[in-house]
Design a protein around this ligand. Structure first.
Ligand code: UT7
Length: 337
């Protein structure tokens, strides 16, 4: 007999990868007009990992993807979705190469672009594939190499971003089992597209020989305006995601927010009347890793015992676009690899 519900997306594997090279705040302060004291007090960040020259986003994504499959006890997945703002190349997408490198054959593979909210958009996309019966397992990877788009002279972005990748495996399952994701809440507001942007190099402002001297190929962010929007949108979407599973916000054991700034995470917790101690903090060791931030933080929370099977968690993000979102789930019995 057909089931009354479409299959729910159930998290069954988690893997991460960070490039080995670590850059501390003191390292940055030898190059730029900044200090460990400023970066820690304004952001909560202490260090970040940076990819060596020649390492691309697909290299990080493949390592994280391999580990997520291992954590799920699988050697294949039916579909690969990569969330990234820093693809190996503007064309083609990065996911097909990742799928091939993982030995997954000719499975559907494509990228999702929603900047720091990309991982949540990719989860929602994967959930659609599972609900439609188009896949039984989906490998969802968030991977970014922001060091490739940062202006070496811009202290406000160099202090914040780090490189990395995190991946989960979602399988078709039952909405009541641990690991089942509730509906992913998503939103966007393109009126804010200039607040987080790489101004040149796209179709709006292609880099051509005759315009090269005024082109800006680097990542730019209006931090203060983004900060205000991020708090409001992450708090709202977190509350909705929790309520959709019938939880009060106070029932949430751990808030795993996009690791943009500890002051943003604390402000979101305050707005939700959730004790700040229920925010998982990982950015002190990795900075803001964009699309990789949520799976990296989930893996850190699970590996350090901060997350226990059965815990109620809400995960939320905000990023360029502008885009935002949140998802809620009960933590499954999964060990990150
Ligand atoms: O991941 C996507 C979502 N991103 C976010 O959510 C990021 C949101 N924004 C933020 O986290 C914060 O706005 C920042 C950390 C980016 C900046 O903190 P802020 O408290 O908003 O500082 P600000 O941009 O208003 O800058 C204050 C001052 C400026 O100097 P003046 O103009 O007042 O002289 C900056 O030039 O701090 C200066 N500054 C720095 N000083 C030392 C900016 N970056 C640095 C730095 N070291 N690294």
């Amino acid at each position: 007999m057909a089931s009354a519900h479409p299959p729910a997306p159930v998290l069954c594997g988690l893997g991460t990868w960070l490039p080995p090279h670590v850059v501390t705040n003191d390292d940055l302060s030898r190059e730029l007009d900044t200090s460990d004291e400023w970066i820690r007090s304004r952001t909560g960040i202490g260090r970040r990992h940076v990819a060596d020259p020649g390492t691309a986003t697909s290299d990080l994504a493949v390592e994280a993807g391999r580990r997520a499959l291992k954590s799920a006890g699988l050697d294949a997945a039916d579909t690969v979705v990569v969330a990234t703002t820093t693809p190996d190349r503007p064309c083609p997408a990065t996911a097909p190469l990742v799928a091939s490198e993982l030995g997954l054959g000719t499975v559907p593979a494509f990228d999702v672009g929603a900047v720091c909210t990309g991982f949540l958009y990719a989860l929602a996309t994967a959930a659609g594939f599972l609900a439609a019966g188009s896949a039984g397992t989906v490998l969802v990877i968030g991977a970014d190499t922001y060091s490739s788009i940062l202006d070496p002279a811009d202290r406000s972005t160099r202090a914040i971003f780090g490189d990395g990748a995190g991946a989960v495996v979602l399988r078709a399952g039952d909405p009541d089992e641990p690991g089942a994701l509730g509906r992913v809440e998503l939103g966007s507001d393109g009126r804010g597209c200039d607040l987080i942007t790489v101004p040149s190099g796209g179709s709006r402002d292609p880099i051509r020989a005759e315009t090269a001297d005024r082109a800006d190929p680097f990542f730019r962010m209006e931090g203060k305006k983004v900060f205000r929007n991020a708090v409001e949108r992450m708090a709202e979407s977190s509350q909705t995601a929790a309520e959709r599973l019938g939880w009060g916000v106070g029932d949430v054991d751990l808030l795993v927010a996009h690791q943009a700034n500890i002051r943003i995470m604390h402000a979101v917790a305050d707005r939700l009347c959730l004790p700040r101690s229920r925010c998982h903090v990982h950015l002190d060791r990795v900075g803001n890793t964009a699309a990789a931030s949520i799976p990296l933080a989930l893996a850190d929370a699970a590996a350090t015992g901060r997350l226990q099977p059965g815990d109620r968690i809400v995960t939320t993000a905000f990023g360029g676009g502008l885009t935002w979102g949140a998802a809620a789930l009960r933590w499954p019995d999964v060990s990150p690899a």
